[in-house]
Design a binder for this molecule. Sequence first.
Ligand code: GLN
Length: 531
Amino acid sequence: MSGIGKGIAASSTARILKSKGYRTTCVKIDPYLNVDAGTMNPIEHGEVFVTEDGMEADQDIGNYERFLDEDILALNYMTSGSVYLAVIERERALGYDGKCVQMVPHIPEEVIRRLNLVARKAKADFILVEIGGTAGEYENLLFLEAARMMHLKHPENVLFMLVSYLPIPDKIGEMKTKPTQHAVRALNSAGIQPDFIIARSRVPLDEPRKQKLSVFCNVHPGDIISAPDIDSIYQVPLNFEKERLGAKILKKFGIKERKKDLKDWGKMVRRAIFSKKEVTIGIVGKYFGTGKFTLSDSYLSVIEAIKHAAWHFSRKPNILWLDAEVYEKSPNRMKEELGTLDGIIVPGGFGSRGVEGKIKAIGFARKNKKPYLGLCYGMQLAVIEFARNVAGMKGAHSTEVNRRTKYPVIDLMAEQKEKVFKGKIGGTMRLGAYACRLKENTIARRSYGVRTIHERHRHRYEFNSNLQKVLESKGLVISGVNPESGLVEIVELKNHPFFLGTQFHPEFKSRPLEPHPLFREFIKACLSYRK
Ligand code: GLN
């Protein structure tokens, strides 16, 4: 079933293989018909992760990047929608030479073609392909078929791993293996026999259950890997290695084992688990757990980036979720809640709900000299707050929320106007990495330590350059611009310990072994503030 950590299992296995000196990459296959994840509400599907080359992907791609400490590209993400679209477009271009184009083999063949391309491009020794969905359901059958076809052709090169959940019903208090037995049967009927079972559960798997699973699922007991709930997802590679998963995989492929090196990883995990002193960060947002996914999924990369930076200073992040809409009605509640924080983040977002509350929170951070980090919408709203309350532009706004504002400090990008007008919404925002030149003697320049950076974007609106001069004359610092287009990418304030907003999403590039410079400096400022 979903949500049991397939992505983390894939990422962790990849990390283990990488730590043994093999080039490894990961691919995510999502069974739904959306061409990418960009058109889905984060409450429905979790965060939309943006790759360096501008794919709006599933949040698991972010996990792969964080675990592997490598960029994962657009090619490594596919959905049923994107695969069908490619096959149909090829058919329309006579790419099948007049043949009858069919679900099988043409859909699985397109999947296999892409996997081979990934392997070539990444020069990978191993690709971990995560097939989303549940064994036995209709939606991912053609992907299992692709896997089966690959295995048929190259049995020595393909292994299967099933991630399965073993429930412990409250009233019974005993771990149940039956759902996993059925999952294996469902896979068998798709022509696939798992080589490994990752046994997810609340607690470690015991020996009798290992034996039982082995007999009924036709898997060697040593290849059933216990995967109990843990405090930090980053512990998973270490746990898998306790069962020597890496060595077992290499042995099945007939590859010699090399020395493994998870030392730095282990150090990071120990800091994550044992740091006791806290740093308290508030995220003021609106995507708060109303759907299938909770808020922590909607803002996954932001949370991970905070963790990485906090662990860097051996601090335990205490993250509070603050609902912007409440602040619109209750300024006292806002003062009370924000008053206890060491720092405030307003993350990315869309539309008008909660906007005034976020602007109020940003004003609070500015006036009280509390560290503030604005991410995308959080940068745009910081500009609005500054325009209204420092530069005297009453009613200043983004045209996303108020099209008739007298001071459109944030406005639709020129090339976006036509796309939106024509209803071309999916995959048409300003996406992926763009260069940004930093201004000397600014927080941004000091944090990064270099002059030019590349960061990932996902937005339609931008800082209105017509109003740039006026805002600068009132004290707003433009500390980063795109060298080609002149678009404003970073704003900050002087006479404030840390007040900075980025048009891009730095959170996508934070890694556990290398926290993002802006998050690192933000947390550092939070720690000084706390003192
Ligand atoms: N809604 C804003 C825009 O489209 C900000 C987007 C974001 O925060 N990712 O420009």
